[in-house]
Design a protein around this ligand. Structure first.
Ligand code: UDP
Ligand code: MG
Length: 342
């Protein structure tokens, strides 16, 4: 690239990364909507766009549908993973295959409104923000239990950390070229995107939005997978659980000390015999339980260490297709730079 192009941030373009898992039914419609946005971005801002679909080992026709999508107003890449690796892995695959400067992540189920993309791009290009993330405007339609669970999760993960992960932030976010480059440098295998995207810093901005209802199919989350994901996020991102263990140890030791003093006091001043069996049984059970839980917590971290030390790739690519935009006006980024300079 020549110098004047680099001086214009829009010229580097935008990669829209969309992970797909069994989304065949709604994909053509989503593609149309994203292409419409791409066309508008190209015409109004001279921003070349590519769409990166990552098929995360779908069991339906997603791959076939994705491969047949037309590259109308944007380049279209289809990256097919060798099996289902999970959304975080799919996002990483998209990030690593993205060829444009800025990267935008978006769900493939239509819940992240494509119309909001232009707003996010405006915050990046006009206001110079590096990480523009979206957050649900409210969670009123979610059960109370889930909301409190989410709240506890974020208070734990943010406990004592310098860079707080914003509550309710979703995976729908835009990263400027330098933020995307920073994210690519993170070496860990256990990825927690929301956390990483916040950890890198730079200029971050929150945009509230109203998520649409899922257009078809159903969410891949249930109570257990959410819980597993939370433990995954917590342990890969913070040492709060270990701190809880230490604090709990201190608290229990303190209570035991008070109890001991109380027993001595009773024996010396009232000459009472300490009732042995119930207090012993309770003490053994409480301590045994706490110790087992904490061994479990330690085990989570050791498991993380094991996974990281194996250095396995996060995903494998089975299929890769790149289609250049049919419309010639997207291809030469030079024109875009000139337009913008005028
Ligand atoms: N997804 C994926 N791999 C998975 C599960 C989900 O790539 O193993 C994708 C899915 O196709 C969708 C996005 O991740 O584009 C969000 O999934 P979902 O709608 O099930 O989650 P929710 O919106 O309920 O958080
Ligand atoms: Mg969804």
């Amino acid at each position: 690239m020549t110098a004047p192009i680099q001086s214009n941030p829009a010229a580097a373009g935008l990669s829209i990364v969309i992970p797909l898992w069994n989304e065949a039914a709604g994909l053509p419609q989503l593609h149309e909507r994203v292409c419409a946005v791409a066309a508008r971005l190209r015409d109004t801002r001279g921003l070349p766009v590519e769409i990166v679909y990552v098929n995360d080992g779908s069991r339906d026709d997603t791959e076939k549908v994705a491969l047949s999508l037309p590259a109308q107003d944007a380049d279209v890449q289809v990256v097919g993973l060798s099996r289902n690796f999970g959304k975080e892995a799919a996002l990483l695959a998209g990030l690593e295959h993205a060829r444009r400067g800025a990267v935008l992540f978006m769900d493939g189920d239509g819940q992240h409104p494509p119309s909001l993309v232009e707003t996010l791009v405006a915050r990046w290009l006009d206001d110079g923000y590096d990480v523009v993330y979206t957050a649900k405007a409210h969670r009123q339609n979610e059960p109370w239990l889930l909301r409190s669970g989410v709240h506890i999760f974020y208070s734990l993960i943010n406990w004592g950390s310098r860079q707080k992960i914003p509550e309710d932030a979703g995976d729908f976010r835009l990263l400027s070229p330098r933020a995307a480059a920073a994210l690519r440098q993170m070496p860990e295998r256990n990825r927690f995107f929301k956390g990483l995207a916040s950890w890198i810093g730079f200029r971050q901005l929150r945009v509230d939005y109203e998520p649409a209802a899922r257009e078809h199919g159903k969410t891949s989350w249930n109570l257990w997978s959410l819980l597993a994901f939370s433990i995954e996020g917590l342990t890969s991102f913070s040492v709060a659980p270990l701190r809880v263990a230490s604090l709990l140890g201190v608290a229990i030791a303190f209570v035991a000390l008070l109890f001991g003093i109380w027993i001595l006091f009773e024996t010396w001043f009232y000459g009472k015999d300490v009732p042995g069996y119930p207090s012993l049984a309770v003490a053994i059970m409480v301590l045994g339980g706490v110790q087992l839980v904490m061994i479990g917590v330690l085990g989570e971290y050791i498991g993380k260490l094991l996974a990281e030390s194996k250095q396995r790739p996060v995903y494998f690519v089975a299929e890769h297709q790149v289609k250049a935009a049919e419309d010639a006006s997207t291809v030469p980024a030079k024109n875009a730079a000139k337009d913008a300079a005028e």
